[in-house]
Design a binder for this molecule. Structure first.
Ligand SMILES: [Zn+2]
Length: 248
């Protein structure tokens, strides 16, 4: 059984790879997201390389091996199913389940996880819209682009909120920017770092900074193919952050 620290590193590496599938993840970046100094990360990554979980290239960075990727997807499956269970069954708010799942993901057994999966009806996405890997280690492809880059004046559906910070999620909920909500980016003012977004569920607008707008992944309203509908793809398949036009 890998330790919770190993699982945290592997999961974080997977998420970083997802952001940029073509390159190795630099140690500095991994140190930043893990909240430790680079030397600590390098020591850990070398140990993970010895375990066959990562491939490490000094001064370049690291990537998961297929074995490491399989483990990462299993940890993500536990995390995201637990989040949904806490929301749907126990009634916790979507802004508070991430931190709880960070703890529970390391201790829940496969037997309990399978029961939760069945109880929830084998869901495809977590409360934040992130795809839940299947038990066989595959994950649905999520085709989407962020509110920082989608076209203005068109209707999109929020597919996923990437930032899991509780206060950010509360802000998103307050302004009607939750998964499955239809939204339109009214305008972008780069000089003011402002993205004006209308939530069609609420009928109100709010202004986001570009960084915040990047945290909302959107997908086409028409001919929708969200993680709910598309079949599970190979774990080798990366999330496609592609440009999706919508209403002509
Ligand atoms: Zn989470």
């Amino acid at each position: 059984m890998p330790s919770s620290t190993v699982e945290d590193y592997i999961k974080r590496l997977y998420c970083e790879q997802e952001n940029d599938p073509e390159t190795l993840v630099p140690m500095g970046r991994l140190a930043e997201v893990m909240g430790v100094v680079p030397g600590t990360v390098t020591t850990m990554i070398k140990a993970l390389e010895d375990s066959g979980l990562v491939r490490y290239e000094p001064r370049a960075g690291a990537r998961l091996t297929p074995h490491g990727e399989k483990l990462a997807l299993h940890v993500l499956r536990r995390h995201r199913l637990v989040e949904l269970f806490l929301c749907q069954t126990l009634g916790l708010n979507w802004s508070e389940v991430h931190d709880e799942a960070e703890q529970l993901e390391h201790s829940i057994s496969d037997k309990v996880l399978d029961r939760i999966d069945a109880l929830l009806g084998h869901p495809r996405v977590d409360p934040h819209g992130a795809p839940i890997p299947c038990a066989n280690g595959k994950i649905a492809v999520q085709s989407s682009q962020s509110l920082a880059s989608c076209r203005t004046g068109r209707i999109y559906r929020i597919a996923r909120v990437v930032d899991t910070d509780a206060k950010f999620l509360q802000f998103a909920e307050k302004h009607g920017l939750t998964p499955d909500t239809l939204v339109t980016v009214e305008s972008r003012e780069e000089s003011a770092d402002a993205v004006v977004v209308t939530s069609h569920n609420r009928g109100n607008s709010c202004t986001l900074g570009t960084g915040a707008a990047r945290e909302f992944l959107s997908s086409p309203r028409r001919n929708e193919k969200s993680a709910r509908e598309v079949p599970c793809a190979s774990s080798q398949t990366r999330f496609l952050i592609s440009v999706c036009a919508i209403i002509e």
